[in-house]
Structures are given as C-alpha cells and as structure tokens.
Write a protein of this length. Sequence first.
Length: 304
Amino acid sequence: MTDLICKQCGCTEYYIAESTIHKSAYCANCHRLIRHLPKSKEAELKHKLDRWSRQVKEKYGDRCIRCGKTSAEIEIQAHHLLPKNYMPELMFDVDNGRPLCKECHNLIHYDYGKIRTFKEDNMKDINWNNVEEVTEFQTVKPGGYIGKIFTAVDKPDKEYIEMCIDIAEGEYKDHFQNLAAEKDYWALKLYRSYKDSALGFFKAFKNHVEASNPGYIFKNDEATLVDKYIGIVLQEEEYIKNDGSIGTRIKIQKTLPIADIRSGNFKVPPKKELEKPADEKPKSPPANVWANVDGGSDGTPFNK
C-alpha cells in the first residue's frame, strides 16, 4: 500500500478528508484545525508545524524514543505529547514534542476510521537469555520527588485546575513525558479545586509552588504555573483494571516545598489498598455470650 502523507504535519496517520475547499488528505487532528482556514492561513500553519518539527528533532535527537531507530533507518517525525486539538496552545511548544519513527507514530495514532501503514517485517532479533523478566509494568517508585508542572488547564465549569506533572530530576527525570509519547496519555496529574470549601487546600498548594520558585507569586493565572517546580510525594494505590483484575498505579499523595523533599522532610505513605467487599472481609470471632454471666464453681455458666 502506498503511504499517504498528511499535507499539514507529514504523519502517515490519515484519513481521506474530501474538503470542499482543499480536496486533500489530512490526518484527523490537522483536518479539524485547517478545514475552515483560508489558503494563506493553511500555508502559515504548515510552515509553523514544519519549523516546530525541526526544532523538536534538534532538541531531542533524530532517534525514535520508542523503538530506537534513527533517521538513517527510517523517517523520523515529531509527535505531540498532548494532541493539537486537545491543547492547541501547546501546538508549537518544543517541549510538547518528541521524535518518533513513522511506524511508531502511526501505531500511536491508530484509531477507528483511520488507516495505518507500516513495514511488514519480523520483529528485531532479541536474545531473551539477556532479558530480565518483570511481572508488571515498571513505573516510578513511591517517594519524594522534585516535580515540574508541564501543563495547567482551568476547568471553570467545575472550578478546578488540572495539571500534568513530570519529574524534573534524578533517575526518573522526564519519565511521564516519555511515557506519554509511547502510550498517548499522561499518567501523573494533579487536580486542585478552588471551590469555597477547598480554598484552604489550594492555598497550601499555592504556598508550596511559591516557596519552590523564588520570586514567583501566583496571581490567579493558571498559565503562569507552567514550568514551575514543586515537591511531590508519590504513593501507590490499587485500582480495578478494565478486565476486572486489580492493578497498582502511582498517584500524587501530597505537595510540598522542594526544600522539604531535598532534606527528606516527608513520609512515604503505605500503598492505598481497595476496600474489600463485605463477603471477603475476615469475620470476627463469635462473641463470648457468657462473658457477663456469673458462673458456677466448676466454671460452667450455671450449676446443674
């Protein structure tokens, strides 16, 4: 099958969009963006996306972060961690992009109604004797970390701010950005409500951000939270998977000033387990019905 390339962003994740204006093939995201644009705006958007793609590959390299292939082996494209139609304000943010080969890029964007094309060859040769088995997807360990706010989006109808958080230092630096590039979702989020009943909790968060970023003052503008640092304590919690089994994931248990994280002034809470159904809870031993009854001399409740 011949690859069709999106006219706007160059990816091979596409469907035929027979626009009455353009009569061309676009990927789903680009079609939503350009279907009502005049030709001049369309050309401007194409130019900006091309420039963004080059900048992403200049910053993060010409190697697919998912499979490791280089531009010498296959075409390398720039992938939006947070989709263009979901976060248009980050469309040209270099930190919202990562390099993917066209095969991995295509697989990530595969969905109903879209056509994918990829090289049909065998998987690479792997010596399984050198691979250590794991029983569950490896993720960040519970503990204290220096976090960085990647995005901050106000949800005015529900009165809260939704933030994508990543780890800024150490062994797991950029873990959740890289995971988002592979899995197409952001796994570590922080929500802070500004309803009247929750303002005290929001103020604690505000104070932690300000203490972690000298000179910064939060003035009720969520956009200024982006790229700010904050201390986070991560906790494991159980959850029900789609297949009904129990899995374990990481969540933000609390925020702190980063000084507290660096000094070890925090406690890692134990795993939060799901509450067991009533029929699975251990039953209490039967009560001693004779406990408050005077007994006879032989120890029985009554003398015969």
